[in-house]
Design a protein around this ligand. Structure first.
Ligand SMILES: [Zn+2]
Length: 142
């Protein structure tokens, strides 16, 4: 049987990027915030600063659950992917006394600026008067 040489095939090897690596997140890809649930000393109504203008107005969404909110006075650990905007994790909002037991520096009737955490299932309300990212304790700052 006569052998014939076939026409050599030109082959170009494609580079396939490792696109699955990103899904495999390590611990250092997350950051844990300690959220002090400390806003107020009584019963409050709660609003999100929906239009993000740093003041209470008619554009803000009421998110009070039930009749009133009162702080847990606990520290909630909240773990999110690193780089997640603090404004998404803890949006700004306001509380206003419904039954005021006194909070330093605020007059009855004031709309008190807070940061809000909606809980792990995004269906709850927790508020802190620690307004800035630097005021949150970061327990995994790697
Ligand atoms: Zn709480």
């Amino acid at each position: 049987m006569k052998k014939e040489w076939g026409k050599p095939l030109t082959s170009v090897q494609e580079f396939v990027p490792q696109e699955f690596i990103a899904a495999c997140a390590a611990d250092e890809d997350y950051v844990t915030y300690e959220f002090w649930c400390d806003a107020g000393r009584g019963e409050y109504k709660v609003w999100l600063d929906s239009n993000t203008n740093d003041q209470y107005d008619g554009g803000d969404q009421s998110i009070t659950i039930g009749t009133t909110y009162h702080p847990c006075q606990e520290t909630h650990s909240v773990t999110v992917p690193k780089g997640t905007s603090i404004d998404n994790v803890f949006p700004k909002g306001f509380i206003r006394a419904y039954l005021d037991l006194g909070i330093g520096g605020f007059a009855y009737g004031d709309y008190i600026p807070v940061r809000i955490w909606r809980g792990n299932n995004n269906d709850n309300v927790h508020c802190t008067t620690q307004l800035h990212e630097s005021q949150f304790h970061i327990s995994n700052p790697s």
